[in-house]
Design a protein around this ligand. Structure first.
Ligand code: ACO
Length: 319
């Protein structure tokens, strides 16, 4: 993983602003989730637009152009259209003419799923450079009259560049573990979609149940990822978790026994941006100089399905 870029829509909606049209208040949202504000797309601004801005920054940071990219995967639950994929739109926008491009859907775990797929495709000879993007206009799936869900989410995009290198050594993805369990599909889902209901639908969630599964399953999958890489939690420089709720993040920090200043937290400013949340958090910590070339990162996420996973990555490239 050699470079990262991100983009947030300009429109910021604070908890106070939200309280003017939703029956909620800043104190409740902060206490239960750690969220203070979220960015929301403007009318006419789409997931492909967010992905484009994040991808062009990641490419510039890697010193590459679209023509250098062999594979584009966008993790999104909020594509511009049912088809074509948002990834093919992005391919055209960045002029990555020779790239394979497709979307994947694993909701909030989409970025760790896409990372695993892209790495496996590069390792099996399907190209040398991949662009992995998490991009969401999640606000489009929210029922703004349901205060138990609409306060939790935001919009945005983050992108990373993966590059194969002969001298990669222990750089790049050290381990990746993914899980799914459809038995829990009813605790977090959207009540619409092309084959079940013509409407796009809205997010429905049993918050307490999701919280319980998140704490338990993220701890367990992180143990598996550490074991697969033959590493201990103490070998991790940074935990870059999915940003759903600061209480879930704090539980992971405690479980891994990491100092608080080794955990990247952006949920306060971004809320939960689903598949975009990890690359957005990663980008924030790279941009402000906390994450440096050669740091070992632990990423984890869980989403509707349920689907969950973790990846350990040595960031950057040998200098
Ligand atoms: N503002 C004010 N009051 C609210 C709000 C709100 N936005 N939402 C719910 N309440 C009220 C409820 O009506 C309830 O009132 P009552 O006691 O009078 O019945 C009270 O607050 C407590 O509600 P709970 O649902 O029990 O609150 P809880 O402590 O479980 O917190 C929350 C809810 C924040 C959703 C929590 O369960 C959670 O974070 N779950 C994880 C879900 C998550 O992160 N989902 C994102 C997608 S999946 C992922 O990314 C991991």
């Amino acid at each position: 993983m050699t470079a990262v870029g991100s983009y947030l829509p300009a429109n910021v909606v604070t908890n106070e602003a939200l309280s003017s049209f939703v029956d909620t208040d800043d104190a409740w949202i902060r206490r239960r989730t750690g969220i203070a504000q979220r960015h929301l797309v403007a009318d006419g601004e789409t997931t492909a637009d967010l992905a484009y801005h994040a991808a062009t920054k990641a490419l510039a940071n890697a010193g590459l152009t679209g023509g250098d990219i062999d594979l584009i995967i966008i993790a999104t639950t909020t594509p511009d259209n049912t088809f074509p994929s948002t990834a093919t739109k992005l391919q055209h926008m960045i002029e990555a003419k020779g790239a394979i491009a497709f979307d994947i859907q694993a909701v909030c775990a989409g970025f760790v799923y896409a990372l695993d797929i892209a790495d496996a495709m590069l390792q099996s000879g399907r190209g040398h450079r991949a662009l992995v993007v998490g991009a969401e206009s999640f606000s489009k799936l929210l029922d703004w009259e349901d205060r138990t869900t609409c306060v939790l989410f935001g919009d945005g995009a983050g992108a990373v560049v993966l590059e194969l290198a002969d001298d990669a050594g222990d750089w790049g993805i050290r381990s990746s573990v993914l899980h799914s369990d459809g038995a829990y599909r009813d605790i977090l889902y959207v009540d619409g979609g092309p084959s079940s209901n013509a409407a796009v639908g809205h997010v429905r969630m049993e918050g307490k149940e999701v919280f319980r599964h998140a704490v338990e399953k993220l701890a367990s999958v992180m143990d598996e990822a550490l074991s697969a890489a033959n590493m201990q939690a103490g070998d991790i420089d940074w935990l870059v978790p999915h940003q759903a709720n600061v209480r879930i993040i704090d539980a992971m920090q405690k479980k891994m026994d990491l100092p608080s200043d080794r955990v990247v937290r952006t949920v306060e400013q971004h809320a939960n941006t689903s598949a975009a949340s990890i690359p957005l958090a990663l980008s924030a910590a790279v941009d402000d100089g906390r994450i440096k070339n050669g740091d070992v990162l632990a990423m984890e996420a869980i989403g509707g399905g349920l689907v969950w996973g973790a990846a350990l990555v040595k960031f950057g490239r040998p200098s």
